[in-house]
Design a protein around this ligand. Structure first.
Ligand code: GDP
Ligand code: MG
Length: 163
């Protein structure tokens, strides 16, 4: 049985880099329907022998400050409702921000099945951020570096039980 993974989190934490790593050149479709769905990218992901659908929440980068919160909420809720599991990405180099906490609250309210990814965790520069990620109260953070491909086997191990 296959499953759908939604990559959620505030702008610039590395969601699209992760999406591209998982999907490679197999980008299945760009949904260009009007409304919030326009900002969800869906692709066919492969990780080891796992094949699944991955959704990237894009379109937040263009939002102005005052429209960002509403758009984040709408997009994230939509992605969560389409997904079996969510990869909630934070930037471990920056640490947990107030915006990250808003996302954590949305995911909690939606009762989403969540893996917290402390991303940009290559090298030693992100230790503080990885530890801070525990305070989101969504379980043990997964150390990832989407750009360098680190932590992908741990992600595999966490996805295997739901596949
Ligand atoms: P998104 O807005 O969440 O989709 O983030 P992007 O994937 O567009 O990445 C935002 C920025 O973070 C870009 O400059 C990336 O090169 C950088 N980035 C993404 N992943 C990593 C990573 O694992 N480590 C580091 N150091 N930078 C990263
Ligand atoms: Mg993006």
């Amino acid at each position: 049985m296959s499953f759908t993974l939604a990559i959620v989190g505030r702008p610039n934490v590395g969601k699209s880099t992760l999406f591209n790593r998982l999907v490679g050149k197999r980008l299945a479709l760009v949904d260009d329907q009007p409304g919030v769905t326009r900002d969800l990218r869906e692709g066919a992901a492969r990780l080891g022998d796992l094949n699944f659908t991955v959704i990237d929440t894009a379109g937040l980068e263009e939002a102005t400050d005052e429209s960002l919160q509403g758009r984040m909420r709408a997009l994230t809720e939509r992605a969560v409702s389409m997904a079996d599991i969510c990869l909630f990405v934070i930037d471990a180099r920056v640490g947990v921000t107030s915006t990250d906490r808003v996302f954590a609250e949305i995911l909690r309210k939606k009762n989403a099945h969540v893996i917290v990814a402390a991303n940009k965790a290559e090298g030693n520069a992100a230790e503080g951020g990885v530890l801070e990620a525990y305070s989101l109260g969504l379980g043990e953070p997964l150390r990832l570096s989407g750009e360098h491909g680190e932590g992908m086997s741990d992600l595999y191990s966490m996805l295997l039980p739901i596949s």
